[in-house]
Design a protein around this ligand. Structure first.
Ligand SMILES: CC(C)(COP(=O)(O)OP(=O)(O)OC[C@H]1O[C@@H](n2cnc3c(N)ncnc32)[C@H](O)[C@@H]1OP(=O)(O)O)[C@@H](O)C(=O)NCCC(=O)NCCS
Length: 221
């Protein structure tokens, strides 16, 4: 792609997105972040030019979200009605031709996405994660670095897998649930919970109605 792209979010996660854009030889038009202390600074040659909240909701152009937090990505995606959300696949990722990847999703270096996987919109498949055949990832989900999903795992909207977590074949993880780093999913996990450990057990239940209504705030993840 030769067109310029707008990057939304200028924190740590943005470093990986920006380096992926460089490896894809894509040009960055500007980076936006709500933390004024970042304005004017550069990251890998891309300038942080202003706030996200100051952008026109009817802004047009190619864009990618560089925000690790699933709820904030959800909020931002609903705010901008006319942006074209690009999907990024690092050249060192493997994506089987039968897999599909939704708009706004990013696949980082070392990730492996096998046959007939379906990845929704605005998902993150982080470095070295492996997603085996027939998995389905809901919109806004984030599969952390080094996560291994066996075949046929279903990941609900907005669910998050911490670094190194594992799910055995065919398990379901509910929407907006959080799997702690290193957790091993051996049974289905319901919606809106945190599960940790080996095997993973539910340790927290979240308040469902507060889920997507995250204020636009400084994006530091
Ligand atoms: C699970 C996690 C999100 C913390 O959630 P939290 O709601 O803040 O949970 P808490 O820290 O209050 O921990 C709750 C309990 O789970 C335990 N716990 C937390 N994370 C755990 C983990 N990964 N494995 C095992 N136990 C864990 C805590 O020790 C605590 O146990 P206790 O009640 O007996 O003291 C976090 O620990 C984690 O694993 N994050 C992964 C981050 C990551 O991989 N990021 C990658 C970004 S690219």
């Amino acid at each position: 792609m030769n067109e310029e792209i707008i990057v939304i979010g200028g924190g740590g996660h943005a470093k990986v997105v920006l380096s992926t854009l460089i490896d894809l030889r894509m040009r960055v038009q500007g980076v936006y972040d709500d933390d004024p202390q970042k304005w004017g600074k550069e990251c890998f040659g891309a300038k942080i030019v202003g706030s996200i909240s100051g952008l026109d909701p009817l802004l047009e152009g190619n864009a990618i979200m560089a925000i690790g937090d699933n709820k904030i990505r959800h909020t931002v995606a609903k705010r901008f009605l006319k942006l074209h959300w690009a999907s990024l696949i690092h050249p060192y990722a493997f994506v089987h031709p039968s897999a599909s990847i939704g708009e706004g999703s990013v696949v980082f270096a070392g990730a492996v996405i096998q046959a007939d996987v379906v990845i929704g919109g605005h998902c993150i498949v982080n470095s070295n994660a492996t997603i085996d055949h027939d998995c389905v990832l809901g919109d806004y989900s984030h599969i952390g670095p080094g996560v291994c999903l066996a075949g046929g795992v279903s990941v609900g909207e907005g669910a998050f897998f911490g670094i190194g977590a594992v799910a055995i074949i065919g398990r379901d993880v509910g929407k907006w649930s959080i799997i702690g780093a290193g957790g091993v999913i051996t049974v289905d996990i319901p919606d809106y919970v945190t599960a940790v450990g080996v095997p993973a057990r539910v340790v927290k239940r979240h308040d469902e109605p507060t889920r997507p209504d995250v204020a636009m705030k400084s994006i530091l993840v």
